[in-house]
Design a protein around this ligand. Sequence first.
Ligand code: IPM
Ligand code: MG
Length: 376
Amino acid sequence: MANYEEKIASCVDEFEKLLREQLARAQAMREGAQPSAHEGKTVIGIIGGDGIGPIIVGSARAVLEELLSEKIANGTVELRAIEGLTIENRERQGKAVPDDVLAAIKECDVLLKGPTATPKGGSMESANVTLRRELDLYANVRPVSIPEEGVDWTFFRENTEGEYVLGSKGVEIPGELAFDFKVTTDAGTRRIARAAFEFARKNGKKSVAIVTKANIMKKTDGNFSRIAGEIAREYPEIGVEDWYIDIMTANLVNPDIRSKFEVFLLPNLYGDIITDEAAQLQGGVGTAGSANTGDRYAMFEAIHGTAPRMLEQGLGDYANPASILRATQMMLAHIGCTAEAKRLGDAMDTVKLTVTGDKDGASCAAYTEELLRILR
Ligand code: IPM
Ligand code: MG
């Protein structure tokens, strides 16, 4: 049998380092947010991303220029293009988010971001995950609605820890075994739970479903479920239910009960998976927006990825901008432009053109033109 003593020792060292880093992160979380950088002005950073990203973000930018024209003219809003968050530049610099790009991003208040490519395997972390962590965007909020069925869901996915925080820092003994780590902090769970319950309270929702796999992941999900339950007691008017993720994925496709759910509160990976399922039920991942919010910054994006297959097949121009436009609507509401957010949502509901992602549907440009015509 091979002698792995040295390798075991180095894995243990590695684990100790991670444990100390994560403990420091948990403790720092209690220190709170920094104040906003810009008095009386909102800087919206616009990031094209990869694949179909620049195409759909171009649509969103044109819509913002139209809706916010006055605010842009009087200097209360700035649209600022952020360059360099492309897979080519990231690979060249060997960084998920190059330092100069991150610095430029931190000069903004909110971000509208196209999808960014994530290399499979290797050690490069996803740009999304890096940005969510660097900007401390702990709440991933994803609304999904199917009005004709009375479905109106809002998912609160923990966005900075769980399976993601050390996803690129696992340890392995090649040829034998591999370990990844899942980390749940008490402070991190409390803040996402509070975000979900506050949302429920402010929006007159009657119940929150806490969704975990606490029967199996006893420490991390066990704590998540317990702490979320403690926070729930501060909101006695809101019903709380504890569910396991497997049956919840079934519930979402069960027409008899799915409309009774309102707000979902989940750890990171389950939230990632179930929100794609939910978006598909609404009409496809091309239709759902996503907000990543923290106490200082917020980033709004499409729920889907870069769609490399569409580009390979020459279908980039047919990409559906609906998802990034729904994200734009959420961003407008977030920065206090509620009237503009409503105008955009209403206009999207009015457009007759259908974008299918293929040549049988409208192109992104044609859809955008039609939307702008309605908005003008
Ligand atoms: C999402 C995406 C990301 C995630 C990827 C691109 C890293 O799937 O926003 O849901 O896994 O969170
Ligand atoms: Mg996802």
